[in-house]
Design a protein around this ligand. Structure first.
Ligand code: SF4
Length: 229
């Protein structure tokens, strides 16, 4: 599996915010979000091929139970199932961070599903050459439903840049079953503290009204927008 980085940090987003975790970042993605903050795992994938055993050994070198399989898109990796199972067999808690466009029966404790809204489509970046494919793939309600039905816990984490995104979020939520308001996380789009703070106010008001949760990007506040955090 091509891996761009493995690092020990603090989970900055979603239900497990603040939990020390090892992150395994798969390199490669089937989407091309305009705001992608890990272009080295999507637009320009880099990294080295690592065997499942080597990844498990590396994870074991850090003193933490929580492992986050992220990307890029970890679910397109052929070895994602044996990797998750091997980590589970070692007693780890597994979060998988995915855009939820591909489902496999993978060992997971928390499926962190981040369906991409139209604010992600790269109409201008690289001359818009990925826009049509991105637009076609970015929402897959059948896959979202499979994750909800087959995961012990899940969250629906939406990256929002403006209040206009809410109608799209509601449209997605109407098409899937089995979620509670507390499973829905609204996370501001942004890679600096000022942008995040400017969007937190109205997101908080929406959450007070709906029962959804505000997700910070704690790692950005703690470390800035840096690799390895
Ligand atoms: S799905 Fe995630 S990794 Fe892939 S392009 Fe979008 S933000 Fe980047």
């Amino acid at each position: 599996m091509k891996v761009s980085e493995i690092f020990h940090s603090i989970q900055g987003e979603g239900k497990l915010v603040g939990v020390p975790s090892v992150f395994v970042r798969a390199s490669g993605c089937n989407l091309r979000c305009s705001f992608c903050d890990t272009p080295y795992a999507s637009w320009d994938p880099e990294g080295e091929d690592m065997a499942v055993e080597a990844i498990v050994d590396r994870v074991a070198s850090y003193a933490t139970r929580h492992v986050v399989l992220t990307g890029g898109e970890p679910m397109i990796m052929p070895e994602i199932e044996p990797l998750a199972q091997a980590l589970k067999d070692r007693g780890h808690h597994i979060t998988i961070e995915t855009a939820a466009t591909v489902w496999k029966p993978v060992a997971v404790d928390l499926a962190s599903l981040s369906p991409k809204l139209s604010n992600s489509t790269p109409w201008e970046r690289e001359g818009g050459r990925f826009a049509a494919a991105h637009e076609r793939q970015r929402i897959n309600v059948e896959v979202i439903q499979k994750f909800i039905d087959h995961s012990p816990d899940f969250q629906l984490k939406f990256v929002v840049s403006g209040e206009g995104d809410l109608a799209e979020i509601e449209a997605v939520l109407k098409r899937v079953r089995g979620w509670r308001p507390e499973d829905v996380q609204l996370m501001p789009e942004g890679i600096d503290a000022g942008t995040l703070a400017s969007r937190m106010g109205w997101i908080g008001e929406v959450c007070k009204r709906t029962g959804y949760r505000v997700s910070p990007r704690l790692h950005v506040l703690m470390y800035g927008n840096q690799r390895g955090t």
